[in-house]
Design a protein around this ligand. Structure first.
Ligand code: PLP
Length: 443
């Protein structure tokens, strides 16, 4: 067994942590993101050829868990969290595949990270017997995935904050459909307000003394690590069959999904090129085109889950490739505007009879711009959400309904309710202090 990996902050100002500690904390105490001291190296031949996604994940993640109290539980965590299909299937173009990440309970790839984080947190020892409240600010998909992952879990309450009127109607319905230990708050503000309110509550020691709080934000290692599994699984399967690496085009916002692909490649597995497909939020495309890194406020687009102007995981990318020239050599990024997203959705519907969500369409547009390959290799477009989640974008465009998958239909059939909340830090604090109000809400 390899030595235990220690986790450091990207900002270098926090003590090294073990994996359990890093997962429980989410953010490092100096405000940085946890990274392993170094990335482990893997031999592709060490992975079981007939293994499931969960088997690949258990082998891939074993060195990250070595020496941690959760190590013995890793195979069970993987089996519990990664129990839905993640198919790689051909597109019409002979040199292209699509990797579908949306077959989990809430129909977006966020299910992978949320379910794995929940499976880890269920097994972490709790210092006191009091229930833990998990706060999550969401621009749409994360909140539902976290709500579903912790729904009915004893000892855990989930409070989801979303910007009222700024998520799709189906996303809003999903967020409010859980009940029991999962509550939704419709905040009269933007996603940034929700995030700020969550941070203020987490940093409030007096509030925490009355009610222990944690978060399930996208920078948690417990969400990032499992996202590497599907890249490793798809690339190893491709490599065994074709003898070449698989190249990926990844719809990108906060950079968590694409970073997972980059790390799998850095660990010695057969991932080839990685291209980032962004919407009109061009912070990353501008950096990769040679400009200085300039984070900014996000613009609203029809690929709303990628509306990020200051991608958090950029810190982890810089840790992986400290030299900017090297970083620009190993990755590229392109920006795709809303009109092009719409045209891409329409073209693929008309030519191939296939529907893709607006996020996936950014990656498809990059594929459409690429010449046919003659090197025997292939591109895998990463499909991050089911198109039915974005019916308000797609249905007016196509002029017909988008079929809804069964798990999403079941969620939409349940009643939904959310409590309205002012976009003020104090409003969330007051809400968290008032259990009576919460009980009447869920009645
Ligand atoms: C979250 C999300 C993205 C962006 O993923 P990042 O890890 O933030 O880059 C893309 N598409 C969909 C559907 C999402 O929910």
């Amino acid at each position: 067994m390899s030595a235990a990996v220690r986790y450091l902050s990207t900002r270098g100002g926090a003590p090294a942590a073990g994996l359990s500690q890093a997962i429980a904390a989410g953010l490092a105490p100096d405000g940085g993101l946890y990274v392993p001291e170094q990335l482990p190296q893997h031999d592709p031949a060490a992975f079981a050829p007939a293994g499931s996604l969960a088997d690949t994940a258990a082998t891939l993640l074993a060195p990250f868990f070595a020496g941690d109290p959760l190590a013995a539980e890793l195979p069970a965590i993987c089996a519990e969290a990664l129990d839905f299909p993640v198919p790689l299937r051909p597109l019409t173009r002979p040199d292209a595949q699509v990797l579908e990440l949306f077959h989990g309970p809430t129909a977006a790839f966020k299910d992978v990270g949320a379910r794995f984080l929940a499976a880890c947190m269920r097994r972490l020892p709790r210092a006191d017997g009091r229930p833990l409240t998990i706060l999550v600010a969401t621009s749409g998909d994360t909140g539902a995935a976290v709500g579903a992952a912790f729904h009915h879990q004893p000892g855990v309450e989930v409070v989801i904050l979303y910007p009222d009127g700024r998520v799709s109607p189906r996303q809003a319905h999903q967020l409010g459909s859980f009940g029991d230990n999962v509550q939704a708050l419709a905040v009269a503000g933007r996603f940034d307000d929700c995030q700020r309110m969550v941070k203020a509550a987490l940093n409030d020691a007096a509030l925490q003394a009355g009610r222990p709080l944690s978060s399930a934000n996208s920078i948690s290692l417990g969400r990032l690590l499992p996202q590497m599994s599907y890249y490793a699984h798809a690339a190893l399967g491709w490599w065994r069959e074709h003898g070449t690496p698989l190249d990926f085009i990844v719809p990108t916002g906060n950079l968590g999904n694409a970073l997972a692909a980059v790390w799998v490649r850095a660990m010695g597995l057969p991932v080839g090129r990685v291209m980032l497909a962004c919407n009109a939020n061009a912070t990353l495309p501008e950096f990769f085109a040679g400009q200085d890194y300039a984070p900014r406020e996000a613009l609203a687009t029809i690929a709303n889950a990628m509306d990020v102007g200051a991608p958090s995981n950029f810190e982890r990318l810089r840790w992986t490739y400290p030299d900017a020239t090297e970083l620009r050599r190993v990755l590229s990024a392109r920006s795709v505007d809303d009109a092009t997203i719409r045209a891409t959705v329409l073209r693929h519907a008309a030519d191939e009879g296939e529907l893709f969500c607006p996020h996936t369409a950014t990656a498809l547009h990059l594929l459409d711009q690429l010449p046919p390959r003659t090197d025997g290799g292939a591109w895998a477009v990463v499909a991050t959400a089911h198109p039915a989640k974005f019916e308000t974008v797609l249905e007016p465009l196509l002029g017909r309904p988008v079929p809804v998958p069964p798990s999403l239909a079941a969620m939409l059939a349940r009643p939904a309710r959310a409590a309205p909340l002012a976009a003020e830090d104090e409003a969330l604090r007051t809400w968290l202090r008032a259990p009576a109000e919460r009980l009447s809400l869920s009645a």
